[in-house]
Design a protein around this ligand. Sequence first.
Ligand code: GAR
Length: 221
Amino acid sequence: MSSVDPMPFKRIAVLISGHGSNLQAIIDACHHQHINGEIAVVVSNIPHAYGLTRAAEAGIDTALLTTQEYPERTEFDKALHELLCDYDVDLVVLAGFMRILTPEFVDAFKGKMLNIHPSLLPKYPGLHTHQRALDQGDREHGCTVHFVTSELDSGPTILQAKVPIYTNDTAEFIAARVNQQEIQVYPLVVQWFCENRLEMKQGHAWLDGQKLGTYGYANDQ
Ligand code: GAR
């Protein structure tokens, strides 16, 4: 028997509510074997989310859980938990999943759930991040990939990417610029996780055994 560990290979669930550009980037990275894993299921809480079409076109199982079906947050999250257990997933990737998760759900996937948020956290958790950065007169903006904890858009930062904000910019232009960064950094972080290089412990993200700082990997602050 070989003493060399086989290359890890993870089963991933991607949770979406909308367009699915981040989902598509992860589908493509799996397809090109830039990620040692496969998307086992894509789950949406919105019936017409375009990400569901992207998943179906890639031959990936999809599931829809709606608030009509599960009006109680705890029931929704219980159904979601059961679904993800049925698919035996190793990693849950929130990719524009616009729902607050119960602490019980978050706890069940502690250290195994990632989120991407369109701001340089801890700045601007929540909605309308691009407009808020503009209104504050910020000169830069960006996105953050982080482990999920029970606080909204919080949890140990893994990687941030910055974009400039120009004079006469609009929230739409900034959003497009940030999205270009998101689709680069999210597959990379998913790959780190799938290679067993990334973990959450002691309230921090760790990469290759090195504790990452407040702003994650490769930050110049
Ligand atoms: C992305 O910009 C992501 O950062 C944001 O939703 C968008 C989803 O786009 N997530 C959040 O705001 C989470 N708080 P997509 O559906 O095209 O991937």
